[in-house]
Design a binder for this molecule. Structure first.
Ligand SMILES: C[S@@+](CC[C@H](N)C(=O)[O-])C[C@H]1O[C@@H](n2cnc3c(N)ncnc32)[C@H](O)[C@@H]1O
Length: 231
């Protein structure tokens, strides 16, 4: 999908985005972001980029779980999503927050600027994934770590069948009732189906230059956390 179309979709659902996340995942999405952030603890990052930050849930988890942080940058292409992130910002002493409207495919930062980068359910939406991955690589410092959390499709056939029924039919219904936007939640499953999962995605990351690639599955592969490092 083109940037303008994606941004328009998130502009429409911004106000109900958090509520839908809690309902769709039974609150588990928060736990998945926190589990991801904990992987950054040994790195003791001072500067963190939350890319495609949306309403800022990943940045919030990072601000609470990473005491080493001095600066958090939230970048998103949809101003309406970032405005909500700004309104939820916790006040933590000695931690600077920056909110920037920008495209993940052309990041307004110098090379090697960040110790760590997180992308929560964002990469799937980028029109040029390889370019966005190259940008993530460019602005990450050598030794830094990038974490990409994405929706997944379970491998187990029975679980896949049950989950896909839920995701493909029940979630859009919930989207129509709660977010008043069925199309946006049909897009969630079609974009998930079109995303290269697991080894296929890691292959793309390896091509860009990342090393020490691995992934962790949550709830049998409903959500997948990719861990990447820059040498
Ligand atoms: C599903 S939301 C994820 C929000 C948040 N990271 C989370 O974990 O809930 C996807 C976000 O990606 C943003 N986005 C889509 N394309 C983008 C792009 N090219 N550059 C920056 N942000 C983008 C959308 O505006 C939206 O806020």
């Amino acid at each position: 999908m083109q940037n303008e179309t994606v941004s328009e979709l998130f502009r429409r659902i911004a106000q109900r985005y958090d509520r839908m996340n809690r309902l769709m995942t039974f609150g588990l999405d928060r736990q998945w972001r926190s589990a991801a952030v904990r992987k950054l603890r040994p790195l003791k990052p001072k500067t963190l980029l939350d890319l495609a930050a949306g309403t800022g849930d990943f940045a919030q988890a990072a601000s609470k779980l990473l005491p080493s942080l001095k600066q958090i940058y939230l970048v998103d292409i949809t101003p309406e999503m970032l405005k909500l992130a700004l309104s939820k910002k916790p006040s933590i002493p000695d931690l600077e927050w920056h909110f920037i409207v920008a495209d993940a495919q052309a990041l307004p930062f110098p090379e090697s600027f960040f110790d760590a980068i997180v992308v929560g359910y964002g990469l799937r939406n980028f029109s040029d994934r390889t370019r966005a991955l190259c940008e993530i690589y460019r602005v990450l410092r050598p030794g830094g770590m990038a974490l990409i959390l994405e929706t997944g499709i379970p491998r187990n056939l029975i679980w896949r069948f049950l989950f896909w029924g839920y995701f493909r039919f029940y979630v859009p219904l919930l989207g129509a009732l709660i977010a008043k936007d069925k199309k946006a939640y049909v897009y969630l499953s079609t974009s998930t189906a079109a995303f290269p999962h697991r080894e296929e995605f890691l292959y793309l990351c390896k091509e860009v230059g990342f090393v020490d690639l691995s992934y962790t599955e949550f709830l049998g592969g409903v959500s997948i956390l990719y861990k990447l490092r820059k040498l």
